[in-house]
Design a protein around this ligand. Structure first.
Ligand code: AKG
Length: 259
């Protein structure tokens, strides 16, 4: 049995779904090693390379929050437009199985986002992702997030900053520097985390870009952050398999079930 320092997140191999769930409950986040095999990792990088290169830094149109979304960060949505590899990753059995179990029913994607943190970016403001729905006052965790490392994540290049255990904290508690850890992991691993854990993008003091591929999963009855019909090409959506269509909220099942 490994012994982890309190500010470190546990690391578990992707095959240990039981352990992953237990770690997620205990720490609010867990690093899953082997989340993408090397073929899938290579294909994903290739599929996204041109789109990332073409984007300007700070491309988020949400101008009032440039600082939060990152002055030296690139963000890309509409991920299914970049080919079948992305569809495979959306359908990854680990988070979809876990999310269905945790939310006790059907799930959808809240948003899929490539987050490329460039040289000179500073550490993002600490937050919890469930805050997007905080006015609904839901009494339980309703978001399961995955940030997949497409490059190695290190403390120096912008590894996600996390506060293990903070998913149980009162929402107004601030983290002391000594309570903060870093999701350092090799490319192909992923950080799985609760919608209630305090975290942020890390500052990048290197000359390289840190690339994370984010997918958030929520109960199917909750409104997603991304509207896939707006972010994707119509022909991409038409070509998706049933599983991905359902995860993007495009399944017509709701209607036929009641006819
Ligand atoms: O890129 C990361 O590591 C996390 C970024 C993040 O939490 C966000 O932009 O909401």
């Amino acid at each position: 049995m490994l012994v982890w320092m309190s500010i470190e997140l546990p690391k578990v191999h992707v095959s240990r779904i039981d352990q992953i769930e237990a770690m997620l409950d205990e720490h609010g986040g867990v690093i899953v090693e082997g989340y993408l095999n090397s073929t899938l990792l290579d294909e994903t990088r290739k599929a996204l390379a041109a789109a990332i290169a073409d984007l300007p830094w700070c491309n988020t149109t949400n101008a009032y929050e440039d600082e939060f979304f990152g002055l030296k960060t690139k963000r890309l949505h509409g991920l299914m437009d970049y080919g079948p590899t992305l569809e495979k990753i959306l359908n990854h059995p680990l988070p979809t199985t876990l999310a269905r179990k945790r939310f006790d029913g059907d799930i959808i994607m809240s948003t899929g986002e490539l987050m490329a943190i460039g040289p000179g970016e500073s550490r993002q403001r600490m937050h919890w992702d469930g805050v997007s729905w905080s006015r609904s006052n839901l009494p339980f965790d309703f978001l399961l997030s995955v940030n997949i490392a497409l490059t190695d994540f290190t403390q120096a290049n912008g590894a996600t900053v996390v506060v293990p255990g903070s998913h149980r904290w009162p929402r107004d508690r601030k983290a002391a520097e000594s309570e903060i850890g870093y999701a350092e992991m090799a490319a192909g691993s992923a950080l799985l985390y609760s919608g209630r854990i305090l975290h942020s993008g890390g500052g990048n003091r290197t000359d390289d870009t840190r690339m994370g591929l984010y997918f958030g999963y929520i109960p199917a009855w909750l409104r997603p952050l991304e509207n896939p019909v707006q972010t994707h090409k119509a022909e991409t959506l038409a070509a998706l398999g049933d599983d991905a269509r359902a995860l993007l909220g495009l399944s017509e099942e709701g209607f036929v079930a009641y006819l």
